[in-house]
Design a protein around this ligand. Structure first.
Ligand code: ADP
Length: 508
């Protein structure tokens, strides 16, 4: 009998499905893939031991369709399901459906997912647990008067947020009372259309903060450890683009304090499996809880590179009821790791999505380079899903070496047939503030502004990058309820906005 599970279904696609299949195989567990019609020849299928077609390319017909996934899991007689990230990974109904079918969901409990998925409830829970949260409302906003009072107390600027939020949706920064009414209405409207829930709340808008998150691992026996922090402040419109660990911003004292608080928070909610506690850190190095991601993070590989811990294998062990096989004191942060998210988008054409066929490529290699990707020669990048095609990660003995290595591998990486944002990353590594690790969440905006007075090539390209972010964000439309996130393809959305039509040769 296998020590953990015999067979596990991976309810995802692309690079993360492959990442999970690899962990399963190393643990001698059979891997079952699921796929949509758009992914018939995708590489996650060829790596799996068995594969089941779910349905059409639209996510609601395939990767977001709970009955179809449970049906495939039953047919394949799996013991467990790994949801990856995105799609159904934070969906408590999916977790409940797995439990009902007698299948282990590899992740935290449905109860914890429900609690943390509602940001107002998550803030309330953290306040009760003695965790510092971003100053703001403890309850949803129900009237303009209430909003005015709290905003005056906090002092402008403030930020209005959707309780069911994610991906920056329903977020509005308000600089003065005259804009408050309009912003509350707009945020509620956007939240309703994106998540089917117009509950909004208010936070103080922190000036130039850092986004720093702590990776937590908790087993069912009550042991909770941390795997240190990740610095995720290089963002385009509130979405991460480049992540690194350790953070160049925090010192050991602050690191210890934040990790301790994250463990306290995880224990307070009886968290199990892998999870991330996100914080904002202000100019005075005060830190505040932002949200909990109750799943594997996109950027988990950089933590693996500096700790030597395979987070996906740990998730599987813990879900099977095994304790964490080491102690906190055994985990040290060694060296420095950086990740660039590689998207199929065209930097020279307003960062329009660039689906199509990979005609040739050169993969960056060499010491301490990791590429998590689903690319292969002739691979089709479909138009229906998130355009993330890979994650390029490097490790260095220190930050300087990691940045130098990143710069080298970005030059080596060639992808032909589609456009990618590689050029954007190549420009970022030339920016002095990045090289010296002196940046905050406004990095891209600041460099963009600079370019208007002092244009030079890297910054000009950053301007293009910012436009790309806009194009990409416009495409991240979500309809339906939080629980059933029916995503419209970001690419189709952008194409529609730009008035493009799709042919089988790509957008025309
Ligand atoms: P979402 O869940 O929609 O991604 P988050 O609450 O996680 O939104 O915030 C995403 C990003 O937005 C943060 O990393 C930060 O850059 C910015 N942000 C969010 N809240 C604040 C705030 N109160 N003050 C300043 N920046 C903020």
């Amino acid at each position: 009998m296998p020590k953990f599970f015999k067979k596990v279904l991976v309810a995802n696609r692309g690079e993360i499905a492959i990442r999970i299949i690899r962990a399963l195989h190393e643990m001698e567990i059979e891997a079952v893939a699921v796929y949509s019609e758009a992914d018939r020849i995708s590489s996650h299928i060829s790596l799996a031991d068995e594969a089941y077609l779910l349905g059409g390319p639209i996510a609601s017909d395939s990767y977001l369709n709970i009955p179809k996934i449970i049906d495939a899991a039953k047919k394949a007689h799996v013991d467990a399901i790994h949801p990856g990230y995105g799609f159904l990974s934070e969906n408590d109904e999916f977790s409940d459906a797995c439990e009902k079918a007698g299948i282990t969901f590899i992740g935290p409990t449905a109860h914890v997912m429900r609690m943390m998925g509602d940001k107002v409830q998550a803030r309330e829970t953290m306040i009760k647990a003695g965790i510092p949260v971003v100053p703001g409302t403890a309850e949803p906003i129900t009237s303009l008067l209430q909003a005015k009072k709290i905003s005056q107390k906090l002092g402008y600027p403030i930020v209005v947020k959707a309780s069911a939020g994610g991906g920056g949706k329903g977020m509005r920064i308000v600089h003065s009372e005259k804009d408050l009414k309009k912003s509350l209405e707009a945020a509620a409207r956007e939240a309703k259309s994106a998540f089917g829930d117009d509950t909004i709340y208010i936070e103080k808008y922190l000036e130039s903060p850092h986004h720093i998150e702590i990776q937590i691992i908790a087993d069912k026996q009550g042991n909770v450890i941390h795997l240190f922090e990740r610095e995720c402040s290089i963002q385009r419109r509130h979405q991460k683009v480049i992540e690194e660990t350790p953070s160049p911003y925090i010192d050991q004292k602050l690191r210890d304090k934040m990790c301790k608080i994250a463990i306290q928070a995880a224990k307070a909610i009886k968290y199990t499996n892998a999870g991330t506690f996100e914080f904002l850190v202000d100019k005075k190095k005060n830190f505040y809880f932002l949200e909990t991601n109750t799943r594997l993070q996109v950027e988990h590989p950089i933590t693996e590179m500096v700790t030597g811990v395979d987070i996906v294998k740990l998730q599987i062990r813990i879900a099977a009821g095994h304790p964490i096989p080491f102690k906190q004191k055994d985990i040290v942060q060694t060296g420095h790791a950086i990740e660039c998210r590689i998207y199929a988008e065209d930097p020279l054409n307003n960062f329009l999505p660039s689906p199509g066929k990979i005609l040739s490529y050169r993969i960056p290699q060499g010491p301490f380079v990791r590429l998590d990707s689903y690319l292969y020669l002739g691979c089709e990048i479909p138009i229906y899903y998130d355009p993330l095609i890979g994650k390029l990660c490097v490790w260095g003995i220190n930050r300087k070496e990691a940045v130098q290595r990143l710069s080298r591998v970005l030059k080596e990486f060639v992808i032909k047939g589609i456009r990618t944002n590689l050029i954007f990353h190549r420009q970022v590594v030339l920016v002095p503030h990045f090289i010296h690790g002196k940046y905050d969440t406004h990095f891209i905006d600041h460099e963009f502004k600079l370019s208007q007075t002092k244009p030079h090539q890297p910054l000009k390209n950053m301007v293009l990058a910012v436009a790309a972010i806009d194009a990409y964000k416009k495409g991240r439309e979500t309809v339906g309820t939080v629980k059933r996130e029916y995503h419209i393809s970001p690419w189709l959305r952008v194409a529609r906005t730009e008035g493009l039509r799709h042919s089988n040769r790509g957008f025309i």
